[in-house]
Design a protein around this ligand. Structure first.
Ligand code: NAP
Length: 476
C-alpha cells in the first residue's frame, strides 16, 4: 500500500491507495502534455478566472478542507483553517499580479525592437511535503498555472486524501482535466517522471535527502529545479531585547504546527546576560500548552504527524541529554504516547549534540547561550542550513545589521519568520535554491526569452495582424 494515512490522534486509517501502475503513469503524463499544448495559449484572463475560482472554493469550503488536513496529518483545526485561507490569498495574489509580472518588457536599444518576454515551459512536477499539505502545493501550483504551465503533483505518501482533494478542487474550479494532475507514485518513481519529456521543471519542498535525489535527477535530465528544503532557523535574543515580546513569538514560532515547520525557530541563541530570565518566561508559557485532540478548541499543541517522527525526534533529544544538555521542560516520551510529543526545552545545547547540527522537526526548543551579538551571528551562520532567522533587540539599526549578516533567505527583526505571497521565499546553503512566491517565484517557471526584431516600422494594423498570427501559433 503506497499511500496510507493514519489519523495521528485517533490512530485510525483514514485513507489508502495503491501506487499508479506504469501504464497509468504514462497515460497521465500524456494527458499533461496534451493539456499543456492547449493551456500555454490561454489568455491571462482565462488563467485568472481559474485561479480566482480556486481561491473562492477554498474560502467557501474552508471547514471541509481544514477537516481533511487535520484528520490526515493532525494539525490543530484552527491552524488548518488558517492554512486553507492563506492558500486562498496566495492564489488571489498570483491571479491578480501574474500578468504584470510576466508582461513583455521593452528594452531601450538603438533602433531595433528588443523585448523580454516570459513564456510557459511545460509541465511542472511538484514534489510536496505533508506539513502544510495545501499551502505548499498551492503556492507552487498557482504560480506555475498562472504562467501557462500544467502541474503534476507528487504529494507525500501520508497525505493522499489532501492530494485527491486538491485535484478535485482544480476540476471544480473549472480546470480542464490535465491542467493539475495528482500522481499517486512512490518517491522511487520520481526520477523516472523527471526524466520524461513531458516534465520541464521540478519544484521540491522537503528534506535534504529528497533534495539531493531530486536535484541529481533534474541535473541528469538538464531540467530546472527549485528546492525548498529544511531549516534550523536561529532566533537571536540580544541583551536589550523586549523579553516578553521575544518569548511570546518564540512560543508561536517553535510550537505552531507541532514544531513541524521549515521556518520554525529551532536554535534559540540567547545572550548569557538575559538567558535565565528568558528561559524562565519561556518555560512558563510552554508549560501552558495543552497537547491533545486537534479538533478540540482547548488544545494548543497538536500531535505530530506520524509516530515514527516522534521516535526520531526523541532519539535526537535523548542524545542531547546524554551529552550534557539540561532538561528545562518536557522531553518525556515513550512509544505508548503515540503521536503526542510534549512541548520541550533543552538548555546548554552544544556542538556535540545532534539537536545543534540537525533540523529538529517537532516541538523541542534548543537553547544555545552566547556571550555577544558577534558570537550569535557566528553560531547562527555555522549551520549548514540557511532558510530564515530572526533577531530580537530594541536597537533596530543593530538588528538590521545582524539581519543583513545572517546567511539565509529571510531575516526578520523583532518579528518571527513567516512567508508572505508578496515577498520571495527560499533558502541558501543546504536549505535549497530558487525562490517561490512574489515575482521571483513565478519567474522560476517560465522561459525568459529575448526577442530582437529588426526591420520595417510596423503599423498598428500590421502589428494587430501579427498578434493574431502569434496567438494562433501558440494555440497549436
Ligand atoms: P520528505 O520526506 O523529503 O518528503 C517530501 C516529498 O519528497 C514527499 O512527497 C516525498 O514522498 C518525496 N521524497 C522523499 N524522498 C524522496 C526521494 N529520494 N526522491 C524523490 N522524492 C522524495 O520531507 P517531509 O518529511 O515530507 O517534510 C519535512 C521536510 O520538508 C523538512 O525537512 C522541512 O523543513 C522541509 N520543508 C521545507 C519547506 C521550505 O519551504 N523550505 C517547507 C516545508 C517543509 P514520500 O512521502 O512518498 O516519501
Amino acid at each position: 500500500m503506497a499511500y496510507l494515512s493514519i489519523n495521528p490522534h485517533t490512530c485510525e486509517q483514514v485513507f489508502s491507495a495503491d501506487d499508479l501502475t506504469q501504464s497509468e503513469i504514462a497515460e497521465k503524463l500524456k494527458l499533461s502534455k496534451e493539456s499543456f499544448s492547449a493551456w500555454k495559449g490561454s489568455s491571462f484572463e482565462q488563467r485568472r478566472e481559474l485561479i480566482s475560482n480556486v481561491a473562492t472554493l477554498l474560502e467557501e469550503n474552508v471547514e471541509t478542507y481544514a477537516g481533511i488536513i487535520t484528520k490526515e496529518m493532525g494539525k490543530l483545526k484552527s491552524e488548518a483553517v488558517a492554512e486553507v485561507l492563506k492558500s486562498a490569498s496566495g492564489c488571489r495574489y498570483y491571479a491578480d499580479n501574474a500578468e504584470s509580472f510576466l508582461s513583455d518588457q521593452l528594452i531601450e536599444s538603438d533602433g531595433d525592437k528588443v523585448l523580454i518576454t516570459c513564456q510557459p515551459l511545460g509541465s511542472v512536477l511538484a514534489v510536496m511535503p505533508w506539513n502544510f499539505p495545501f499551502w505548499q502545493v498551492l503556492r507552487c501550483a498557482s504560480a506555475a498555472i498562472m504562467a501557462g504551465n500544467c502541474v503534476l503533483l507528487k504529494h507525500a505518501s501520508n497525505v493522499g486524501m489532501c492530494a485527491e482533494a486538491l485535484e478535485q478542487l482544480f476540476l471544480d474550479a473549472g480546470a480542464k482535466s490535465g491542467i493539475f494532475i495528482n500522481l499517486l507514485i512512490p518517491s522511487s518513481q520520481v526520477a523516472a517522471v523527471i526524466s520524461d519529456s513531458t516534465v520541464c521543471a521540478v519544484a521540491l519542498t522537503g528534506s535534504e535527502a529528497a533534495g539531493r535525489s531530486v536535484a541529481s535527477a533534474a541535473g541528469q535530465a538538464i531540467k530546472r529545479s527549485v528546492l525548498e528544503l529544511g531549516g534550523s532557523d536561529p532566533f537571536i535574543v540580544l541583551a536589550d531585547a523586549d523579553l516578553e515580546l521575544a518569548v511570546n513569538n518564540a512560543v508561536v514560532s517553535r510550537f505552531m504546527n507541532a514544531g513541524q515547520s521549515c521556518i520554525a525557530a529551532k536554535r534559540f541563541l540567547i545572550d548569557d546576560s538575559v538567558a535565565d530570565r528568558f528561559i524562565q518566561l519561556f518555560k512558563e508559557k510552554v508549560e501552558e500548552l495543552v497537547v491533545g485532540d486537534p479538533l478540540d478548541g482547548e488544545t494548543t499543541l497538536a500531535p505530530m504527524a506520524r509516530k515514527d517522527l516522534c521516535m526520531e525526534l526523541h532519539e535526537q533529544v535523548s542524545q542531547a541529554l546524554e551529552n550534557g544538555a539540561e532538561l528545562v521542560t518536557g522531553c518525556d516520551y515513550s512509544a505508548e504516547n503515540g503521536c503526542l510529543y510534549p512541548a520541550s526545552i533543552l538548555d546548554r545545547v552544544t556542538p556535540e549534540m545532534r539537536v545543534y547540527n540537525e533540523e529538529v522537526f517537532g516541538p523541542v526548543a534548543s537553547i544555545i547561550r552566547v556571550k555577544s551579538a558577534e558570537e550569535a551571528v557566528a553560531v547562527a551562520n555555522s549551520s549548514r542550513f540557511g532558510l530564515g532567522g530572526s533577531v530580537w533587540t530594541k536597537d533596530v539599526s543593530k538588528g538590521e545589521n545582524i539581519a543583513r549578516a545572517l546567511e539565509c533567505g529571510s531575516a526578520f527583526v523583532n518579528s518571527m519568520v513567516k512567508s508572505d505571497p508578496k515577498t520571495p521565499f527560499g533558502g541558501v546553503k543546504e536549505s535549497g535554491y530558487g525562490r517561490e512566491l512574489s515575482s521571483y517565484g513565478i519567474k522560476e517557471f517560465v522561459n525568459i526569452k529575448t526577442l530582437s526584431i529588426k526591420g520595417g516600422a510596423s503599423t498598428s494594423a500590421s502589428s494587430e495582424k501579427s498578434g493574431e498570427l502569434y496567438r494562433a501559433i501558440r494555440q497549436r
